[in-house]
Design a protein around this ligand. Structure first.
Ligand SMILES: Cc1ncc(COP(=O)(O)O)c(C=O)c1O
Length: 429
C-alpha cells in the first residue's frame, strides 16, 4: 500500500557524501536530500528504509563515472575498450570472490539480485536433492523451492539447528537454504551451526546474505556456506547486480539458467549446442558491467576501510533506536529469538490501534522519514510475529539503518512514532 500523498522531493543543490566527517569509511550520496512535508516545511530526508535498498556509495558512483567514458562490450569484442571492459568485468568477479571469501574452485555468477541468484540456485540443484528451509524465510528464499521441506519457525537458535538436524535424518542428498539475517527483525540466524550439522550429514547449505552483507563481513568458510547470495543494491551499489557464489560442480552440471550467446560455445546448424563451463554457462546475454563494477567498488571500499567503524556506528544507532522505541506506550517489537538476541540494523514494530500504512504515511508526511510498512516479503514470518504481540493490526512497520543514517534520523523517528502513537484513538487495537 502506498501513502495517499507523496511528500515532494526538494532537489538537492548538489549530491555530496553524507558528511565529510562521517565516522565510517562508506560515504553515501544523498545526505543533503530535503523533502517538503505536509505543513509546508522542508526537512532533511531521514532514510530509514536502508534494508529495502541502500543509498548509493560514493565509491560506487565514482567507479561508474570512471567507467562510463570507456564503456564497451564485455566478452564480445577485439577492440581496446572491449578488452578493457572484459578485464574490468573479470576483475570485479575476483574482487567479489575475495569479498565473500570464496574457496579455490568456487565460482561467482553475476545475477540481477538475490532473488535471481536464489532462482538460479533452485535451477542448479540436482534432481533428487531434498531442499530444507524454514517457513519464515524471505519469499526470495521460499518461493523458488517448489518442493522444499518447510520447517516451522523455531523459538530459539538451538531449536533451529535441532530442526535441521532432524530433517536431515531422511536419506539422500540435501540442501539447506537459510537466511543469515532476518529482514523483518534484523536477528542473526545460527548459520554456522546449521551448516555444521548439515555438513556432518553430507548436505550442502545456501546462505541468503542479502541483509548480512550490508552490515558485516561475509566469509563463506566461516559461515559454512557452500553457496551464498547477495544483492548489490542492498550493499550501496544500486546498479542492478547480484551474486551467487559457491561450489562449481552443481553449477557446471546444470543446464544453463539463461540460454543464448555467451553461454554457448558452439551451435550446430541442427541446433545441437555445446554449452560453456564456468560462470559464462549461467550468464548468457550481455552482462551488467556497470552493476558489477559498482558492486566491486563497494566491496573494495569496505574491505579497505574495514567493517569495524561501520559496525560500531550501526550498533550505536540501533541501541539508540531500541531504547527510544521501547519507551513508547503501545509500540510492540517483532522478534523471533527474543530481545537479547544479536541483531543488525533493523527494527520491526507495530503500534497498537494504528494501521502500519497510516504510521508510515504520517512519518513521511509529517516528519520527512522513509520507513517500510507491510509484511516485508516474508508474510508467514511477519504474520506469526505480529500474532505474538497484543496488536490486532495485520501489518507492521520496519525501520532500518546503515551508512548515512545519523542520530538525528533515529531521534526524529522515535519522536515521530511517539507523536503518532500518542494521538491514536484509544478504543482500537
Ligand atoms: C533477507 C532477504 N533475502 C532476499 C531478498 C531479496 O533481495 P532482492 O529484492 O534484492 O532480490 C531480500 C530483500 O529484501 C531480503 O531482505
Amino acid at each position: 500500500m502506498y501513502p495517499a500523498t507523496v511528500p515532494t522531493l526538494v532537489p538537492p543543490t548538489q549530491l555530496t557524501p553524507v558528511a565529510a566527517a562521517a565516522p565510517h569509511p562508506l560515504a553515501v550520496l544523498g545526505g543533503d536530500t530535503r523533502v517538503r512535508v505536509a505543513d509546508g516545511r522542508t526537512l532533511p530526508y531521514a532514510n530509514l528504509d536502508v534494508a529495502a535498498t541502500a543509498p548509493c556509495a560514493v565509491a560506487a558512483a565514482d567507479a561508474v563515472t570512471r567507467l562510463l567514458p570507456t564503456y564497451a562490450s564485455v566478452h564480445r569484442g577485439a577492440g581496446a575498450l572491449s578488452q578493457q571492459c572484459t578485464r574490468a568485468y573479470e576483475q570485479a568477479r575476483a574482487t567479489v570472490a575475495g569479498f565473500v571469501g570464496c574457496r579455490p574452485g568456487d565460482q561467482v555468477i553475476f545475477t540481477r539480485n538475490s532473488t535471481d541468484a536464489l532462482n538460479l540456485m533452485a535451477h542448479v540443484v540436482p534432481a533428487g536433492t531434498t531442499v530444507i528451509t524454514f517457513v519464515g524465510e524471505h519469499h526470495a528464499n521460499l518461493l523458488p523451492w517448489r518442493r522444499a521441506v518447510r520447517l516451522p519457525l523455531p523459538r530459539t537458535p538451538d531449536e533451529a539447528v535441532a530442526a535441521v538436524e532432524r530433517a536431515l535424518r531422511r536419506p539422500g542428498p540435501a540442501l539447506v537454504a537459510v537466511t543469515a539475517t532476518s529482514n523483518v527483525t534484523g536477528e542473526v540466524w545460527p548459520v554456522a551451526e546449521i551448516a555444521r550439522v548439515a555438513h556432518q550429514r553430507g548436505a550442502r547449505v545456501v546462505v541468503d546474505a542479502a541483509q548480512l552483507a550490508a552490515h558485516g563481513p561475509v566469509d563463506m568458510a566461516a559461515l559454512g556456506a557452500d553457496y551464498l547470495v547477495l544483492s548489490g543494491h542492498k550493499l550501496y551499489a544500486p546498479f542492478g547486480a547480484g551474486v551467487l557464489a559457491g561450489r562449481a560442480d552443481w553449477l557446471d552440471a546444470a543446464e544453463p539458467y539463461l540460454r543464448g550467446g555467451g553461454a554457448s560455445r558452439q551451435v550446430a546448424a541442427d541446433g545441437a549446442v555445446r554449452w560453456a563451463d564456468g560462470p559464462a554457462r549461467h550468464e548468457a546475454g550481455t552482462p551488467n558491467l556497470v552493476g558489477v563494477v559498482a558492486l566491486a567498488a563497494v566491496c573494495s571500499a569496505v574491505t579497505a576501510g574495514g567493517w569495524a567503524h561501520l559496525a560500531r556506528h550501526e550498533r550505536w544507532l540501533l541501541e539508540r533506536l531500541d531504547a527510544g522505541l521501547s519507551g513508547i506506550a503501545g509500540v510492540h517489537r517483532l522478534a523471533l529469538f527474543g530481545p537479547g538476541h544479536p541483531r543488525l540494523g533493523i527494527a520491526g514494530f507495530a503500534v497498537a490501534g494504528l494501521d502500519s500504512a497510516e504510521v508510515a504515511r504520517r512519518l513521511a508526511d509529517e516528519h520527512g522519514i522513509g520507513v517500510r510498512d507491510g509484511l516485508f516479503c516474508a508474510h508467514p514470518l511477519t504474520r506469526r510475529l505480529l500474532a505474538d504481540t497484543p496488536v490486532t493490526t495485520a501489518t507492521a512497520v520496519r525501520a532500518s539503518i546503515g551508512a548515512g543514517t545519523t542520530a538525528e534520523h533515529v531521534d526524529r523517528l522515535v519522536a515521530g512514532v511517539a507523536d503518532i502513537a500518542g494521538r491514536r484513538r484509544p478504543a482500537s487495537g
